[in-house]
Every structure is written in C-alpha cells, then in structure tokens.
Design a protein. Structure first.
Length: 136
C-alpha cells in the first residue's frame, strides 16, 4: 500500500528528506538557522500551508535556541539536526516544489515540517515539560 500523500508529497518522501538532510547538519547549520529567525518566522506567519505550524515553529525554534545556548542539552543532537534540517528545507527556495510558486511552493515545506514533528515528537514533549517546569 502506498503512503498517503500529505500536502503534495508522500509522508515517506518527507520523512526521507528530513532523515537524509539531518545526517549532514553541523553546528554551523544550527547557528545559521538561529540567525535566520525573522525569515523563518515570516514564512510560518504569512499563512498558507506553513501557517498551521506557527505554534509548532515557536516550540521547535525554542528548543534549537535553548540547545545552542546550553540551557537544554537533554536531547540527542540528531533531534536538533532533524529540526534544523526541516528549517533549512523551508528556507531553501529551490526545494522539491520551488517556493516562488505562490502557496503551492510551500506544500512540500509543510509536509517536511509535519514529518519532522512526527520524528521528534517524544523529545519535543520532554522539552516542553522541561520548559514549563523551568519558566522564569
């Protein structure tokens, strides 16, 4: 049975993209994503297919930031790499469906973000619990 298509690409394809790209993520990529916070925020907040992930974006970005600044290290680097890979995919204008095509260009981005969320959900849940317990 073929995987159900989610936003134009299959879940299996989106998961394969995150897995492949996460293997190549470096600490410099983590820093680069953090430096592009405003661009990422705009892409998620402008609506369209990524709009449904605004709250998830905030949580994903927070865990990467807290990891990078040493505030939260109880997470495997692979999880951080998967999140960073997802963000880098969103930032890439020439991915599977080019972003210059209005709205349609974000379809694959949304599928990759959804796959990333599924892949890191347990670590993200632990982070969220830690975040609530350690609010200033």
């Amino acid at each position: 049975m073929k995987s159900r298509k989610d936003n134009g690409i299959t879940r299996k394809q989106a998961r394969a993209i995150v897995t492949r790209d996460a293997r190549q993520v470096t600490e410099q990529d983590v820093e680069n994503v953090l430096n592009k916070s405003e661009e990422l925020r705009r892409r998620f907040e402008t609506g369209g297919p990524l709009g449904k992930f605004v709250d998830d974006f905030k949580l994903l970005f927070a865990v990467v930031r807290d990891y990078r600044h040493g505030r939260y290290r109880k997470i495997p680097f692979w999880t951080i790499a998967a999140i960073v890979a997802g963000f880098l995919y969103v930032l890439n204008p020439f991915d599977l469906i080019p972003d210059f095509i209005p709205l349609v260009g974000q379809i694959d981005d949304a599928a990759v973000v959804a796959a990333c969320l599924l892949m890191v959900r347990q670590d993200l849940h632990r982070y969220k619990k830690w975040k609530i317990e350690n609010q200033d």
